[in-house]
Structure formats: structure tokens, C-alpha cells
Design a protein around this ligand. Structure first.
Ligand SMILES: Nc1ncnc2c1ncn2[C@@H]1O[C@H](COP(=O)(O)OP(=O)(O)O)[C@@H](O)[C@H]1O
Ligand SMILES: [Mg+2]
Length: 235
């Protein structure tokens, strides 16, 4: 199993650094979370991992291979899938078509179908509605579509950007349960969130990012008992 080892990552937009010497480990088989307020640099970290906003300095070792400098499609092909902030389904396409886009490089119909069936097993609701237009589904169901689409590539590492954002509490709970189950299937997860309580409840390890710097780190239990973390992120 592979892990992602990030060292001294510094990333900027234009001339302003927004990540400063970020170092963290995403251990194989585990759920690692990054907690941080709005603007802390969480999405930028994900963009750096995916090569969308390449780091200015530092290294990203995935499976012993350096990702810094690699093109995004090569990074994705190396087994990293991302579920973006705000879900972003294709509203005028069906559930099945949305899922198929997650594995568009796959030419073998049977393989495609097998992967889709696996997603329907995790999200029976999507199976019941495979022909429905994604734009007509609820926010929670759209969240399932976007997670399902991420799984279609059969990633070894799934990076999820703020899955609870804008969802009702019921769907948040359901979504976090699903993320836990996906991890139990053997997929390593990097979960980026503001919702500290529920995130730490399913995570193994966590980091707190503040203004582009790692300010706390530790086991999930340890972090959830940390007074500073509690007062800043538990509301
Ligand atoms: N495309 C961009 N161009 C310039 N600055 C950006 C851009 N995206 C984000 N930023 C800035 O980078 C900082 C971190 O943003 P972001 O990574 O989106 O934080 P988070 O995801 O934790 O809310 C913020 O100050 C934000 O204004
Ligand atoms: Mg963000």
C-alpha cells in the first residue's frame, strides 16, 4: 500500500504564498484529515497535490514517486482521485452518465459496468435512480454522485474537499458514514473539512491548518481532546 509524504510544501498564487512549509503524512489504509477554517489553504493543498497549482517548493512523494512537476492527468492516473468542493455534478446528465465520467479512460464496457455496480452497492439510492438527471436530485444525493464518480477511477487515494459543506445534518452524517465504509474497503482517504467534530470521529490522524501552516497534529482522539482545537473548531 502506498502513502503520500508531503514535505515543506510552499504554494503561491501570483506572488503571495498561501501554504508555508506544510509537511504531513497520509498513511496507507487510514483516514487522515486536514482541519481548518475558511481560507486556511485546504483547497490549495489539494490543488498542489493534484498539480493544478503546482508547489513553488517542497516535495510530494506518492508511492515513492515525486508528484511535484507532474501533470494533473498523470497524477490522477497514478491512483489519486479528488472529490471537489461543492460536489459539481453534471446536472443535465443522468446518474449513470455522471458516474461513467469518473472512468472515462476505461474502454472495457464490462469493467465499467462492474465498477458502476460496486458504486450502486455502496449507494443503493443511486442504483434506484441511475436514469434520473443529476440536477433533479437532492443535495445529499448529488454528494453521493460525486463520491461515486470519484470511486469509478478505482483510486488508491481519495481526496475529499469539504463534503459536509452546505448539506443538511442528516446527509452530513450519512456522508461521513459512507466515507468510513469506503476506507474500510481499503481506500486511503485524505479528508479536508471545517466540521471538526464529525471529521475526527471517523479519522485516524489529523492536522490543523491555519493561515497556510500546520499548527497542530496528532491522533484523532488526541486532537479532539486538545483544548485549542476544541475552542477554535468545535464551535
Ligand atoms: N485562485 C486564487 N488566486 C488567488 N488567491 C487565491 C486563489 N484561491 C485561493 N486563494 C487564496 O488562498 C488562500 C487559501 O484559500 P483556500 O485554499 O481556498 O482555503 P480553504 O480551502 O481552506 O478555504 C485564501 O487567502 C484565498 O483567498
Ligand atoms: Mg476550500
Amino acid at each position: 500500500m502506498s502513502n503520500l509524504v508531503i514535505r515543506d510544501l510552499t504554494t503561491r498564487y501570483d506572488t503571495v504564498d498561501v501554504l508555508h512549509d506544510v509537511s504531513l503524512d497520509v498513511e496507507a489504509g487510514k483516514i487522515t484529515c486536514i482541519l481548518g477554517a475558511n481560507g486556511a489553504g485546504k483547497t490549495t493543498l489539494i490543488r498542489s497535490i493534484l498539480g493544478l497549482t503546482p508547489p513553488r517548493k517542497g516535495s510530494l512523494q506518492w508511492d515513492g514517486r515525486e508528484l511535484a512537476g507532474m501533470k494533473t492527468h498523470h497524477i490522477v492516473a497514478s491512483g489519486i482521485s479528488c472529490i471537489p468542493e461543492g460536489r459539481k455534478v453534471f446536472p443535465r446528465m443522468t446518474v449513470a452518465e455522471n458516474l461513467a465520467l469518473g472512468a472515462f479512460l476505461e474502454k472495457d464496457e464490462a469493467v465499467m459496468q462492474r465498477r458502476m455496480d460496486k458504486v450502486y452497492e455502496i449507494f443503493p439510492r443511486l442504483g434506484e435512480r441511475m436514469g434520473q438527471l443529476a440536477g433533479t436530485m437532492s443535495g445529499g444525493e448529488q454528494a453521493m454522485i460525486s463520491i461515486g464518480r470519484g470511486l469509478m477511477a478505482e483510486p488508491r487515494l481519495l481526496v475529499i474537499d469539504e463534503p459536509s459543506l452546505g448539506l443538511s445534518p442528516l446527509y452530513v452524517k450519512e456522508n461521513f458514514n459512507v466515507i468510513k465504509r469506503i476506507n474500510e474497503l481499503g481506500i486511503t482517504v485524505l479528508l479536508v473539512e471545517q466540521n471538526a467534530r464529525q471529521t475526527l470521529a471517523i479519522s485516524h490522524y489529523g492536522y490543523v491548518l491555519s493561515q497556510g501552516r500546520v499548527v497542530a497534529r496528532g491522533g484523532a482522539r488526541e486532537l479532539s481532546e486538545n483544548d485549542e482545537v476544541r475552542s477554535a473548531y468545535f464551535g
